[in-house]
Design a protein around this ligand. Sequence first.
Ligand SMILES: *Cc1c(COP(=O)(O)O)cnc(C)c1O
Length: 398
Amino acid sequence: MEIPGPWRRAAAGAGLLAPDGSIASTIFAEMSAIAARTGAINLGQGFPDEDGPREVLDAAVDAITNGVNQYPPGIGIPQLRHAIADHQRRFYGLEYDPDREILVTAGATEALAATLLALVEPGDEVVTFEPFYDAYGALINLAGGRHVTVQLRAPEFAPDLDELSRAITDKTKIILVNNPHNPTGATFDIATLTRIVELAERHGAYIVTDEVYEHLRFETPHTPIASLPGASDRTISISSGGKTFATTGWKIGWVMAKPELITAILAVKQFLTYVNGAPFQPAIAVGLGLPDSFFETAAATLKAKRDLLSAGLRTAGFDVFPSRGSYFVVADAAPLGFPDAVEFCRELPHRAGVVAIPLSAFYSDANRGQARSLVRFAFCKKEDVLERAAAQLAGMTA
Ligand SMILES: *Cc1c(COP(=O)(O)O)cnc(C)c1O
């Protein structure tokens, strides 16, 4: 039976709708299934294989034990909204009113969904970099928007600022910026972020940020776009606790913006999930209040893992591109004699006992060719797992 409806737009936006109208399973599902079947080391999906800080885990257990198990307030518990406001002041000097300018969501994903559904009219353009986090394409299309992309190319994955300027026009409703960037590990310099603010001002566009890797940067400190001159009124900033505190299953995210924008986003959010994660909200509040040393150690530990896996990939014969943030590094399989990353990733579990994701999973249909032989590897895994993966890749059979 053929089911009509907007779901097709979501599937098409994520590049999953086949010409015959069937929906393909994602490469993530396919690769995770291969990993489970073969016992290969899964460097495909970006979830940590170790728990986050004890204080954060204990706070959730305490909350459950102490009866924090019913619907929390629609905008999130006060303790978490205050912790988010304090965090923005402490790290970035940004001021948000915890009662009117902060909204807790079911992860960054719901924050993105509610924001796009609240603001995008059919036909409005939403500009993102490409490759892009796959949910962006699905959500923009579900909202009826037109997805316009600006290419990030190896080795630096930095946008060409002229190309960026041409992509943003009076039809642009939102410029959606993920920094640090999944899947490339790129971080964008101040010149790029400043240009985005200028273009948004010139064309009356909103800026939506996805900063879920804000604390997982390896070279330079994070600058939220909202902190740049002229940006705060038109910027909707999104982050979440999953990546920072290694609690990706908890789905506690948040949106920060001017009160009128929060009101609009809340109007949609309250009919998506209404609320979520009551006992996890106070726990993430504890995490946001941890001393600087926690955040420094989290970044330094992950940086060492990046170095370990990057070196291993280089030894195995890949071209490896710099990762400056996130859980991910991109490598080129072409020097190993593989011009096509999809084929390479399907064979990799059998040749080396490792699973990775072809970068093509993060492109629109029209631009998938750009991904060629590029592969994304996750390094948010235990050191011995990364060492084993590196050894297996180095001994790869042809
Ligand atoms: C993981 C991830 C998200 C999703 O965050 P949740 O808080 O789990 O919803 C959003 N954006 C990017 C770029 C991510 O890597």
